[in-house]
Design a protein around this ligand. Structure first.
Ligand SMILES: *[C@@H]1O[C@H](CO)[C@@H](O)[C@H](O)[C@H]1NC(C)=O
Ligand SMILES: *[C@@H]1O[C@H](CO)[C@@H](O)[C@H](O)[C@H]1NC(C)=O
Ligand SMILES: *[C@@H]1O[C@H](CO)[C@@H](O)[C@H](O)[C@H]1NC(C)=O
Length: 422
């Protein structure tokens, strides 16, 4: 059991790239720590250190910030942040096109602003005249809220990224359109990693939402996963990527709400006598190539992991095992009830008709080039943006210190062209 947990946990770190980087960690703090005991420490699960919220971090740079509570059709309440205009432009009375940005797995809205006012896309978008909204998936620090179910209740955690797309993203889009007050009918979208998966899930299962999208920018798009080049997923997928007793043990639980736990885990994984040294070197490698903005990595380490349901990971492992991009596998019996079929249905990605830009790279072990190209073949209205840097990996889309030049400016240019602003 403890060993299985270690394996899943390390998959989290690898999935989230450089954010789990143990850089600067004084490992003597954890000398002699027992991993299983750490996991069982009830205080560990409840403690959330007082910390700055996304809106505090935004206003610290002089920008206006708002926090909105957005109800979903199934009762969750999403914490949605907004930079409504730029204090530099004083453009609050002007037309400001809406942009919605959605973070990756176990992340939160803080990840987008960690690069600071000169390099982070939300600030650059505000300065380009946009109305910027930063989403949070159900279950993370800002979206642990429901109209009737407590987060302590196991039912709260019965969701995968399908529900984040189908309910949360849909609700955020409609809420931003309504609240902006300028009679806009559609938005621009930017997602990273799981933020791309949820978009694809929503647009294929509720195709009427395609009309509400002007341009969508999928950074490191994750849909098909069978070429995913992760030691971790290959090791654990055969056990947890199928509906069986292993998977049942882990299904529908809150996962990873707090950092010290992860730091302890990293320490244990990287000990000289650990069987998991290989995994350790994977995230050391991704964090020590020297191209991440270290202050951004530090902010991300303070805010991430922000809390997820185990089903989000199980669903990804299912994709990696099946080679399909499809709905959650509940096992044959419940699949008949949910889907009227023994196996879950594929997402009909051919129904995603909105303008979709795929930003991808050769060195991304989560969004493998072959899997991205396979997704692209199914999309009727896409544009491909291949990163030239051969070392560019999954985390670089978020924290590379040249993200402004290679990601932000090209994206803003495409949005500006759509808006007729040059
Ligand atoms: C890293 O981010 C900080 C803001 O968090 C910024 O001030 C700094 O210029 C960035 N450094 C590089 C090398 O991009
Ligand atoms: C939950 O949502 C309500 C609004 O429906 C809000 O007033 C409350 O502050 C939220 N609680 C948390 C913990 O976010
Ligand atoms: C880490 O990087 C080193 C040097 O580039 C390489 O030899 C090693 O195979 C890498 N390890 C993993 C697990 O990727």
């Amino acid at each position: 059991m403890a060993r299985n947990l270690i394996v899943i946990l390390s998959s989290l770190c690898i999935w989230t790239g450089a954010r789990c980087a143990p850089a600067g960690l004084d490992s003597s703090v954890f000398e002699g720590a027992d991993f299983y005991q750490l996991f069982n420490d009830p205080e560990g699960h409840l403690k959330l250190n007082p910390r700055l919220k996304t809106d505090d971090r935004i206003t610290a740079h002089g920008y206006p910030a708002e926090l909105h509570y957005v109800p979903t059709e199934d009762g969750y309440i999403i914490g949605l942040f907004r930079i409504p205009y730029s204090h530099k432009l004083q453009n609050q009375a002007k037309y400001r096109p809406i942009v919605l940005m959605q973070h990756g797995i176990s992340g939160c809205s803080d990840n987008w602003i960690a690069m600071g006012p000169d390099n982070a896309l939300p600030f650059q978008l505000a300065d380009a005249g946009y109305d910027v909204w930063l989403g949070n998936a159900r279950g993370n620090t800002y979206s642990r809220n429901h109209s009737s179910i407590s987060t302590q209740h196991p039912y709260f955690w019965r969701f995968s990224w399908h529900e984040i797309g189908y309910f949360d993203i849909a609700a955020m889009i409609d809420y931003a359109l309504k609240t902006n007050g300028q009679d806009q009918q559609s938005i621009h979208y930017v997602g990273h990693s799981q933020g791309t998966t949820v978009f694809l899930a929503l647009m294929s299962t509720r195709p009427e939402y395609n009309e509400k999208i002007k341009t969508a920018h999928l950074l490191a798009p994750v849909a098909f996963m069978n070429n995913m080049d992760s030691l971790m997923a290959r090791a654990v997928g055969p056990y947890l990527g199928h509906h069986n007793t292993y998977a049942l043990l882990f299904e529908s639980q809150e996962f990873l709400p707090y950092n010290d736990f992860i730091l302890a885990f990293i320490y244990n994984t990287c000990r000289p006598d650990s069987r998991f040294r290989d995994f350790c070197s994977v995230f050391h490698n991704s964090s020590t190539d020297g191209r991440s903005n270290s202050s951004a990595v530090a902010i991300n380490a303070l805010t991430t992991p922000a809390g997820v349901s185990t089903d989000q990971f199980l669903h990804y492992l299912q994709e990696q095992q099946s080679g399909h991009f499809r709905r959650y596998d509940f096992g044959a019996k419940r699949n008949w009830i949910e889907y009227n079929a023994e196996v879950p249905p594929d997402y009909p990605t051919n129904l995603i008709t909105c303008s979709t830009h795929l930003w991808y790279s050769d060195n991304d072990e989560m969004a493998h080039v072959e899997d991205v190209l396979r997704l692209a073949e199914t999309l009727p209205n896409k544009e491909m943006h291949h990163m030239e840097d051969p070392m560019w990996n999954h985390g670089d889309f978020a924290t590379n210190w040249e993200v402004r030049k290679y990601i932000n400016e090209p994206i803003i240019k495409i949005m500006n062209q759509f808006e007729g602003l040059f």
